[in-house]
Design a binder for this molecule. Structure first.
Ligand code: KIV
Ligand code: NA
Length: 265
């Protein structure tokens, strides 16, 4: 299989072919998503919520991200694997940022990293890029700053914040980022960014006028029932399928139906 590269993602934008991206945190899921043809797998720090049960993305550590990332990389033969740099591993100190990025690349075998923010993290982005590590930006709703925002509502509805987002996106492109995720912002603003910039813009809750889409895989598979923002489309109801399967297993164990003769040695 031909592996996806940053160069191919760039070509996809130029051809108008939309980029498909999903999160992945473990080997088994990564194998399925890769074989189905997902272009980019994101080892998101949403693992903090989805895998570890934390309320925010802040607690997950660099070691934990590397564990998830290395599991995902072992399941992939085609997809481009991007790993979120966790909160505290890159903000405010570009040499620590570089050290963290190098640890992710070396210890997991991933293909690139993602970090949240624009002008504030300029030095970190520059330094990581100068080491030859592909960097994906992330603007709009940036969950590592949740205690600054206070809520998970739509970002950049006001012109001042919208203008800062446009400037940050432009800056990230100039620094050399290969793509940018825009999370939970008005469709028209995302369109403006995708049309202005030459690098791929991947949206989540950012409308259709961008170069690709990303969703948290557990959300789109319907594993988790509670989280239902407007931007989420559910492609399966695995919560029900899994609950039914487990209920039937329990019933069969209790009723001595499982295992039967064919299932025993
Ligand atoms: O951590 C994550 O899942 C993300 C995506 C929602 C873009 O950053
Ligand atoms: Na993230």
């Amino acid at each position: 299989v031909k592996k996806i590269t940053t160069h191919q993602l760039q070509n996809m934008k130029e051809r108008g072919e939309k980029i498909s991206m999903l999160t992945a945190y473990d080997f088994s899921m990564a194998t399925i998503l890769d074989a189905a043809g997902t272009d980019v797998l994101l080892v998101g720090d949403s693992a903090s919520n989805v895998m570890a049960g934390h309320e925010t993305t802040l607690p997950i550590t660099l070691d934990q991200m590397i564990y998830h990332a290395s599991s995902v990389v072992r399941g992939v033969s085609r997809a481009f694997v991007v790993v979120d740099m966790p909160f505290g591993s890159y903000q405010g100190n570009s040499s620590e940022a570089l050290r963290s990025a190098i640890r992710i690349m070396k210890e997991s075998g991933a293909h690139g990293i993602k970090l949240e923010g624009g002008a504030e993290i300029k030095e970190s982005v520059t330094r990581i890029l100068s080491a030859g590590v592909p960097v994906m930006g992330h603007l709009g709703l940036t969950p590592q700053s949740i205690y600054k925002f206070g809520t998970y509502t739509v970002r950049a509805k006001e012109e001042a914040e919208a203008q800062k987002l446009v400037d940050d996106a432009q800056l990230l492109q100039e620094l050399g980022c290969f793509a940018i995720v825009l999370e939970k912002i008005p469709s028209e603003l995302a369109k403006r960014v995708a049309e202005t910039l030459t690098i791929p813009i991947i949206g989540i809750g950012a409308g259709p006028h961008v170069d690709g889409q990303v969703l948290v895989v557990h959300d789109m598979l319907g594993i988790n029932k509670e989280f239902k923002p407007r931007f989420l489309r559910r492609y399966a109801d695995l919560h029900t399928i899994m609950t039914d399967a487990v209920t039937n297993y329990i019933k069969d164990v209790k009723s001595l139906d499982f295992p039967n003769e064919k299932e025993a040695y």
